[in-house]
Every structure is written in structure tokens, then in C-alpha cells.
Design a protein around this ligand. Structure first.
Ligand code: 5AD
Ligand code: SF4
Ligand code: FES
Length: 342
């Protein structure tokens, strides 16, 4: 086992069998996390990039079984922010120091091309990098967002098990999701993807495939988070993922993609009070604090136990900065684009 970890640290390559071996056995987790931390330090350094997350609409036309925003969930109060409100939130986030803003929503067609382009153009004037996380669109739309000023795009594959994907995301096509990710790459976006850990019927083998997929497409950003069962969804009685397994998948991902940007995900902190700090010490180099204002945070309920729902953007910025400096790291003051090592 130690040999496999050493190989990953040196060569950044593992076979699927080797990944499975690491995932299966927990006796060397400490060594794994330490190796990932060393690789993180060697390739992306001690700075942590903060991305300000604006959750601008919780309306979604999709029906993913795991997600609280699914269209059939009648138990949440829906909202959508007007373009000028989104721009105002972006300005405030810029003022408190963010250099990257992530615009995230359900798949909400209210934000047509004109509206999205207006939002992107206005926010781009603030001198920030813009990341979109708004789901599956056409290549034409992706191209137009890019021309308007979008820099990056997040589209998690969620799971690379096609049959399970299509069961969990009814009406969605796995092949189309892959197509979207490839198109985003061709258009010159920095592309982020990622997966959920602990989905029903997900195996260790399948998680190994997820990691191989990140490597194969050379993802620029990879978000790995535990699946947390949501009481308002059909998966309410499922067990969900563990913090430890999510952390392992994240750490192996760092070993194999040494210069990528990997967030300490918010869902990890839901399962462990020190979750983001532990993740930052096990391979992660990014955090994505919420910069949505007012009562909207509570309503953007992908899963229960979401952190920071009663906090303000300024408070979260201070909180996470304190945590980062307490472990001898520092907050970066630039865009934090991926810098490829070769
Ligand atoms: N638990 C954890 N993460 C979830 N997401 C959706 N539902 C859940 C859940 N119940 C994640 C998905 C999506 C991201 C925005 O939120 O991976 O890509
Ligand atoms: Fe919609 Fe995304 Fe939730 Fe699926 S995971 S229901 S696409 S917000
Ligand atoms: Fe929001 Fe700590 S990051 S309260």
C-alpha cells in the first residue's frame, strides 16, 4: 500500500486496481492524506483561493433524486434573483475581496441568453474571474457566455456509472453530460467537474472510475463531496456518504492531478466541523464561501445541514480567512486560475 501511495506521489499515475486498493483499505489513510498535502504544497503552494458563491436561483427543471432543488420538491420556497440583484451581490463580494465569483443556480430557463450575457458582462467589469455553474446548455450558449466574459464552468459528472447516473437523474442523458464537458473544454473554458460520494448503488470500483475520468479529461477543477440524504427527496432514507471516503477520493485526485484546483467542499464541513480545514490539509487548495445575501442562503437547500445559512458574506470571509491562517496558509489575492505545471 505504501508503495502505491509513493508511486502516486512520484508519478501522478495509478491503475484502476491501485486506486481501488487505496480506497478499500483504511489503515494507511494518514499516509495518503500526508502525501496529498505534500503534492499540494509542491505544485500549488500554500495559498488558498477563495471563490465567492452566488446562489442566484433555486428553481430547477431537472429532477435529480438526491437534490433538494429538484422540480418535484414542493417543500422548498423557490426564488430567483433579478439580474441587477445578482450584479449588486457581485459588487459587494468584490468589495470584500473576492477575485473569483461563482454564479450557481438550478437549471432555470428564466435566465435566457440575453439575461445571462447581461449579468456576465456587468460582473466582468468588476475585474473578477467568472465561473458559471448553471447546468447543461447548448454549445452555442456556452460559446456566447464565454464571449461575454465567462472564464470557467463547473459541471459535475456526479458519477461515471452511466446506468446509475441515468437512474439518479431521471430524464437526463449521461452521454449529453459528457458532451457538455467536452464542449466547454473545446471552447477554452477552465473546466470543473466532480462527483458525489456515497450515492445508492455506488461501488468503490465506480469511484475509481470517477478519479480516472478526472485524470483522463485533465480537469482544471474537481469538487468531491459526500452525498447527504435530503428528507424532501426520494433518497431520504439512504445512508449517504462518509466524510472519510470523500476525503480519500479527494486526496487521490490531488495525487493524480497535482496542479489542479481542488476545493474543500462545503458538504464536507456539514459532516465534520473541521471538514474544510482537514480537506485543506489533505490536498485541497480552494474554498468557496457563500456570498449570497439575506434569506436566500437557507432556501438554496441542496442537502440538509448546510453551513453558514445564517451568516453574512463578510462574516464568512473573515471566518474562513481565520481558519486558513490558523493552519499556516494564506488567502491568495489573484484570480487563482490553474497554472499547469507542464
Ligand atoms: N448532497 C450533497 N451534494 C449534493 N448536490 C446535490 N444534491 C446533493 C446532496 N443531497 C451537489 C451536486 C451538484 C452540486 C451543485 O450539489 O453534486 O452538482
Ligand atoms: Fe437541478 Fe442540479 Fe439539483 Fe439536479 S443537482 S435537481 S440539475 S440543481
Ligand atoms: Fe461561513 Fe465560517 S465560512 S461562518
Amino acid at each position: 500500500m505504501l508503495k502505491i501511495i509513493e508511486k502516486a506521489e512520484k508519478t501522478h499515475n495509478l491503475s484502476k486496481e491501485e486506486i481501488i486498493e487505496i480506497l478499500k483499505i483504511d489503515d494507511y489513510n494518514k499516509e495518503l492524506f500526508e502525501a496529498a498535502d505534500r503534492v499540494r504544497k509542491a505544485y500549488v503552494g500554500d495559498e488558498v483561493h477563495l471563490r465567492g458563491l452566488i446562489e442566484f436561483s433555486n428553481i430547477c427543471k431537472q429532477n435529480c433524486l438526491y437534490c433538494g432543488l429538484r422540480r418535484e420538491n414542493k417543500n422548498i420556497e423557490r426564488y430567483r434573483l433579478e439580474p441587477d440583484t445578482i450584479i449588486e451581490f457581485a459588487k459587494k463580494a468584490r468589495e470584500i475581496g473576492y477575485r473569483t465569483l461563482v454564479l450557481q443556480s438550478g437549471e432555470d430557463d428564466y435566465y435566457n441568453l440575453e439575461r445571462m450575457k447581461y449579468i456576465i458582462r456587468e460582473i466582468k467589469k468588476l475585474d473578477v474571474a467568472i465561473t458559471l455553474s448553471i447546468g447543461e446548455k447548448t454549445i452555442e450558449e456556452y460559446g456566447e457566455y464565454k464571449d461575454a466574459g465567462a472564464d470557467r464552468y463547473l459541471l459535475r459528472i456526479e458519477t461515471t456509472d452511466k446506468a446509475n447516473y441515468e437512474k439518479l437523474d431521471p430524464g437526463m442523458s449521461f452521454d449529453n453530460r459528457i458532451k457538455c464537458i467536452k464542449q466547454l473544454r473545446e471552447l477554452g473554458y477552465e473546466v470543473g467537474t466532480g462527483c458525489l460520494i456515497g450515492l445508492p448503488n455506488q461501488t468503490i470500483e465506480s469511484l475509481a472510475d470517477d478519479i480516472m475520468f478526472f485524470k483522463e479529461i485533465d480537469a482544471d477543477m474537481i469538487g468531491v463531496g459526500p452525498f447527504i440524504p435530503n428528507g424532501d427527496t426520494p433518497l431520504k432514507d439512504e445512508k449517504g456518504g462518509t466524510f472519510e471516503l470523500a476525503l480519500k477520493v479527494m486526496a487521490i485526485t490531488r495525487l493524480l492531478l497535482p496542479d489542479s484546483n481542488i476545493p474543500a467542499t462545503t458538504a464536507m464541513e456539514t459532516l465534520n466541523k473541521q471538514g474544510r480545514i482537514i480537506a485543506l490539509q489533505s490536498g485541497a487548495n480552494v474554498a468557496m464561501p457563500n456570498v449570497t445575501e439575506g434569506e436566500y442562503r437557507k432556501k438554496y437547500m441542496l442537502y440538509p445541514g448546510k453551513i453558514c445559512i445564517n451568516d453574512t458574506p463578510a462574516h464568512c470571509r473573515g471566518c474562513i480567512t481565520g481558519k486558513i491562517t490558523s493552519i499556516g496558509r494564506h488567502v491568495s489575492d489573484h484570480y487563482g486560475s490553474r497554472r499547469k505545471s507542464k
